[in-house]
Write a protein that binds this ligand. Structure first.
Ligand code: PMP
Length: 394
């Protein structure tokens, strides 16, 4: 007898429940801002990726509304088949200029961008070398290709060089790394990665989901931070769903990259484009970050302040270098319990355990944003101090 759907669903869910991995997301009863409401209680939000406060920013909402009225609710069809709206083309031009790259293409999310770009670019005789901590969407994107795949130890240049020495290819060689690692908050040593990659004739591919809007002048990203934005042998992909306050993904780099992706990236070829309101919000976001430098200043002031506070309390933040600030609690149950106790004290921050992060390094992942005030951060630090002592971590 084949398995019934009910059997499959109940067994899987039971397994997740037993291993403590069943996810049931908290429901936010307000827009995703620094202060939100959960179960009717006002809480401080340290769980969002809303780095610049753009998710509910008036300038973005105004432009979204204007595009909605002028261009409609939906894009109507797949761009390559039914024609692409002028606003999509204009936004990609704006993004390429912002990034200082030869071209840019926008897809539906950061997740589908990795699938689309890696799938479009890589051929069976190519060699890909990927950092062991790269994001799930890179791992899934690489599964779609027949290229030879190798892993290098996290941010370990000697190990990257070893893999490049031990493996060769007459096809394309691609070194793949996150720009900012989403769980530890460290910045990839891109200067060294690109240097080693070049010595072996390899191209570097950077997923900058957490570097966009955070690093580089005006938030132009990790590639810009290291000065490689004009390099034809560096491809940057990223998301428009975190700092930029909307939803979407992009690929930017070599002048011909966009044209190839239009012809080969399956999400472009087979999935309907972003709705006009989203395009409007995103185009306003790129303008707003340049118009109001205080956004990035506040983001980084807050980041330094919170990290120093966490350190002073005696917690381990894994050497994070960005607004992503992990606070390590050890095993997963401790991190989940800490998250629960923080919420009781009005602080919303998510516990993360194995397999997303290594055993023994379960943590609460905090993201500081430009919207937080000093008072907010002081309140959060007070709560951390109390919960850390209660659980014997500090
Ligand atoms: N890449 C990285 C490194 C990410 O952290 C994320 C988001 N979790 C993504 C890609 C996916 O981006 P999106 O949410 O736009 O799909």
């Amino acid at each position: 007898m084949p398995t019934t759907l009910s059997e499959r669903l109940s067994r899987e869910l039971e397994g997740l429940r037993e291993s403590g991995l069943l996810i049931s997301p908290k429901v936010l009863e307000t827009p995703n801002r620094a202060h939100t409401r959960i179960d009717g209680r006002d809480v401080l939000n340290l769980a969002s990726n809303n780095y610049l406060g753009f998710a509910d920013h008036p300038a973005l909402k105004e432009r979204a509304e204007a595009y909605l009225r002028e261009w409609g609710a939906g894009a109507g069809a797949v761009r390559g088949i039914a024609g692409t709206l002028r606003i999509h083309e204009d936004f990609e031009q704006q993004l390429a200029e912002f990034k200082h790259t030869g071209s840019a293409l926008v897809l539906h999310s950061g997740f589908t961008t990795n699938q689309g770009v890696l799938g479009a670019l890589l051929q069976p005789d190519d060699l890909v070398i990927s950092d062991e901590l790269n994001h799930a969407s890179i791992i899934d994107g690489l599964r779609l290709t027949k290229a030879t795949k190798k892993i290098f130890k996290h941010a370990d240049i000697a190990d990257l060089e070893r893999v490049l020495q031990e493996n060769d290819s007459d096809g394309l060689k691609l070194v793949v790394t996150d720009g900012v690692f989403s769980m530890d908050g460290d910045i990839a040593p891109l200067d060294k990665i690109v240097e080693v990659a070049r010595r072996y004739g390899a191209v570097t591919y950077v997923d900058d989901a957490h570097g966009s809007g955070v690093l580089g002048a005006d938030g132009r990203g990790t590639v810009h931070h290291f000065g490689f934005e004009h390099a034809d042998d560096v491809i940057q992909v990223g998301t428009l769903s975190k700092a930029w306050g909307g939803v979407g993904g992009y690929a930017a780099g070599h002048a011909d990259l966009r044209q190839l992706l239009i012809n080969r990236a399956r999400p472009y070829l087979f999935s309907t484009a972003q709705p006009p309101a989203v395009v409007g919000a995103l185009s306003a976001a790129l303008e707003e970050v340049q118009r109001d430098p205080s956004l990035m200043e506040r983001l980084w002031d807050n980041t330094r302040y919170f990290k120093a506070g966490i350190e002073a309390l005696g917690f381990d933040h894994m050497g994070s270098q960005t607004p992503i600030t992990p606070v390590v609690f050890g095993e997963a149950p401790a991190a989940f319990e800490a998250s629960r106790r923080l919420l009781e004290r009005g602080i919303f921050a998510t516990g993360i355990g194995f397999p997303t992060v290594p055993l023994g390094k379960a943590r609460i992942r905090n993201i500081v944003t430009a919207e937080h005030t000093r008072d907010d951060l002081d309140r959060a630090l007070e709560a951390y101090s109390a919960v850390g002592k209660e659980l014997g971590v500090i």
